[in-house]
Each structure stands twice: as C-alpha cells, then as structure tokens.
Design a protein around this ligand. Sequence first.
Ligand code: SAH
Length: 210
Amino acid sequence: MINGFSSNTELVQYLIKDGYIKSQAVARAFLEVDRADFVWPGSEKLAYVDEPLALGDTGQTISAPSMIAIMLEALELKRYEHVLEIGTGSGYSAALISRIINPGSVVTVELNYKLYLFARKNLERYNNIIPVLGDGSKGFPPYSKEELYDKAVIMAAAQKIPDELLAQVMKDGFVLAPVGGRGYQNLVKKWKNGKEENYGGCIFVPLRSL
Ligand code: SAH
C-alpha cells in the first residue's frame, strides 16, 4: 500500500521528509500522539497509512495525517493558547493540538453522538481538552469576553467562515477552515480584521448544521 508504514515514528519521518511537518513543535506532537490510538476498532492495521480512514458507520473520517500536519503548521500554535476546534471526529487532531499548546486548552465540538463518545474515550488521559457534544457550525461561545479563543479551526468543509466564529476569537486571532463546496475546498485562514490567506486545495467532509 502506498505510504503505509509500520510504526508511528516512520509515519512522522515521512511527514517531515515530504515537507508536511515543518516545525519542531508539530514534529514533537506527532511523535507523542500515536494515530493507532484514534482509528476505529478494526482499522489498526491502516493506522500508519497517510489516508483518511472511515470512523465505523458514522460516514465520517479520521483525516489523513499529512492534511492535519498542514493544518497544524498553518495554525502556528504556541504554548498557553486557548483553541477552539469544530469537528472532533476521532479526537486525533485535538490531541495533537493539545500537545503543542499545553498548558493551554482545547475546546473541541462534535455533532455526532457516537463520535463524541468515541473521542471522549480516546481523549480520557488528556487533561487540557474539553470535548463538547453539539452543533459547532456557529462555534461554541466562550463564557466571557476574557475567555475568547486565541484561534479556531474547523475540521470540516464550510461554505464560508461563519461570522459568529470570528466573533469568538481574540482581536488578533483567526479562524482556519476548508472553504468551498462538496468534493473540493481551499484551506483558508481568515483573521478577525478581515485579512485572508489561502493555503491551497483540500478535501474534507462537509460541516453540517442543525
Ligand atoms: N479531525 C478529525 C476528523 C474530523 S472529520 C480527526 O482527527 O479525527 C469532521 C468531523 O466534523 C466529523 O466527525 C463530523 O461529525 C463533524 N461535524 C460536522 N459538522 C459539525 C458541526 N456542525 N458541529 C460539530 N461537528 C461537526
């Protein structure tokens, strides 16, 4: 199988060699978080393949490691940051984010109940991740102005970056999201001040809303 490796370390070495992982911080997180702990039971053999994998019968997928690496690099995460993630899925990307921003925190929102339970179990030992069950298509409002997120990321394809979500990040914060229709999107970083940056093409499952 193409790009199928036999260990997490080999997978990470490939992500570095092919230029998906660029920074020390992202490399360290990928080495620390074993993808095999986040794939659906029965898919363990495919854990180190650089492909999205089905999460049981939910119709959702754990993203390809290279895609998550691109997103993590674009997020430019720093220690102590407070990050909002929409689309927990397996919890893999939330775990990776949490390692970089530690002792900061990650709030991660999932709409699918089965996946929320699956991720909550996978994330049990991460004490700086708050899994939330709900519709994150308009974000997850922080409890107060002082608790606005440093940055937010949508792990599903959005038609546009929701204004409600932009309102939930700090003044110099941004939202990173795949923007576009079904089948193909552009990874877009939109700052609260309106500035936008394009990180190229990607393919994600659609962001749903209730
Ligand atoms: N990054 C994840 C994969 C995300 S797949 C991982 O590493 O496993 C996208 C996820 O977004 C799916 O689990 C889907 O159920 C969820 N999703 C879709 N619409 C949503 C919404 N409105 N609110 C919260 N989660 C949503």
